[in-house]
Design a protein around this ligand. Structure first.
Ligand SMILES: [Zn+2]
Length: 445
């Protein structure tokens, strides 16, 4: 009963969060735009943003530009749809889009002097995203709602950021009809999801940090009794270690590990990874990942330790966690805006460059090896040939009559493809299936 109750709460809070972010986004952006009108009459031409530079991807492909006083997006509808949550639209519906958040940089507005530079064409913004990879992710998501994020764990660059359902920025009147499905929400940056078993990575790290012996045994008989209540497991795993429990995604093992750690210890690990804290991508504010682990009953701690109870994860935040594990515990500051430059090519601003250690080096290595074994011993490298992929899947129940959300998170250790990744497919069904297939297509693109 406890599981269904907590899952229901999680479902409600996820819907609530998406709804709130959508409305908040409209309000916040519109107030900024309204403020621009009376003082800056040259900025808009009959409602169109005309005084703004280009938005380019990492290879120089133009995603948005001004031609003859009119704002134009990429000529490919597929590329427009794959990148609109990153680039943003002209009405400010995508609150986290570059058009909205980097409005001043794009238009050349100097917020110190309150004036524009002498050149009339604004500044160019070069992004870190790879349009081809975004397009592959968009196509791979097919008709599903969900998100795909890929980050270079060596440099912090965001290579892929796709959210579905999506829309064509030329036709926001049509998209408005889909607003209640969160079409304007960038699910990678603003979503909050029940993580399911992907949270076992956090619990495993806490075990690595705090247990002297990682070979302790945990019993599973299709579940286990915790504090007089039953935690169910999909398998009858008998006796497991932390490693085999992670490989088999055994609920009984991780419920027992969580209770053995205690809520405060698990919370310390989670907060060390950035849970319960504000997360930024450059100037963009993202949603938080949230865990509540203090003053809860053992049974709730057991469920929370495997990603149920009321844990919520922001996909972008989890992408940074995967990135840190891959990079010996050090998180390279995530970067989306590679540079802001004048039309003549002078670089005005670069983002990123700071490092932050989230995990001790040896602990990150141990966890990385454990996640590698999950892939080699359970899923195989099929579909990930040569990438040395480390990962964890998750199935997050969202209610008795709905298919669960499918997660696959991890990273490639192959130095030539230093990719951390997060894939979420809403109502994608049980097991790794669809999320793993999408990850394979994107990482091999
Ligand atoms: Zn089990």
């Amino acid at each position: 009963m406890t599981s269904f109750r907590s899952l229901f709460v999680t479902l409600l809070s996820t819907i609530f969060t998406l709804t709130i972010l959508f409305h908040y986004g409209k309000l916040a952006i519109h107030s900024e735009r309204y403020a621009s009108y009376p003082t800056n009459p040259h900025l808009f031409n009959q409602g169109d943003l005309y005084r703004a530079g280009k938005i380019l991807d990492r290879d120089g492909n133009i995603l948005a530009q001004t031609i003859n006083g009119k704002r134009e997006f990429n000529s490919s509808e597929t590329i427009r749809r794959a990148t609109v949550h990153t680039v943003g639209d002209l009405e400010g519906n995508v609150a986290t889009g570059v058009h909205s958040v980097y409005f001043n940089e794009l238009t050349g507005y100097n917020f110190v002097d309150g004036v524009y530079d002498s050149d009339n064409s604004g500044n160019d913004i070069t992004l870190t995203i790879d349009t081809d990879m975004c397009t592959t992710a968009y196509k791979a998501l097919g008709g599903y709602k969900g998100t795909v994020g890929v980050m270079n764990w060596k440099t912090g660059e965001i290579l892929c950021m796709v959210s579905t359902p999506t829309f064509d920025p030329y036709y926001t009147d049509q998209a408005d009809k889909d607003a209640e499905n969160g079409v304007y929400v960038n699910r990678l940056l603003s979503g909050q999801y029940a993580p399911g078993s992907t949270f076992k990575v956090v619990t495993a790290l806490s075990g690595i940090e705090n247990f002297s012996n990682l070979d302790d045994k945990y019993t599973c008989k299709n579940g286990v009794t915790i504090g007089g209540e039953w935690v169910s497991c999909m398998g009858n795993h008998g006796s497991e270690t932390m490693q085999s429990g992670l490989t088999h995604s055994c609920n009984s093992t991780f419920a027992q590990i969580g209770v053995k750690l205690g809520g405060n210890t698990l919370l310390r690990t989670a907060e060390g990874l950035g849970f319960n804290k504000k997360v930024n991508l450059g100037k963009i504010t993202c949603a938080k990942s949230i865990v509540n682990l203090t003053n809860i009953k053992d049974i709730d701690l057991g469920w929370a330790s495997m990603g149920q109870h009321d844990d919520l994860i922001n996909p972008f935040h989890y992408l940074t966690v995967m990135s840190a594990i891959a990079n010996d515990g050090v998180l390279k500051e995530p970067v989306l805006v590679k540079k802001v430059s004048t039309p003549k090519g002078t670089t005005l601003k670069k983002e990123g460059g700071s490092d932050k250690r989230l995990i001790a080096k040896e602990d990150a290595k141990t966890l990385s090896d454990m996640m590698r074994k999950v892939v080699t011993d359970y899923y195989s490298d099929s579909g990930f040939s040569g990438l040395e992929t480390c990962g964890k899947t998750g199935t997050a129940e969202v209610g008795e009559d709905k298919r669960p959300h499918s997660w696959f998170v991890g990273f490639c250790r192959n130095e030539s493809k230093p990719y951390a990744f997060v894939v979420i497919v809403e109502n994608g069904g049980m097991g790794a299936g669809i999320a793993k297939t999408i990850a394979s297509r994107v990482l091999n693109s």
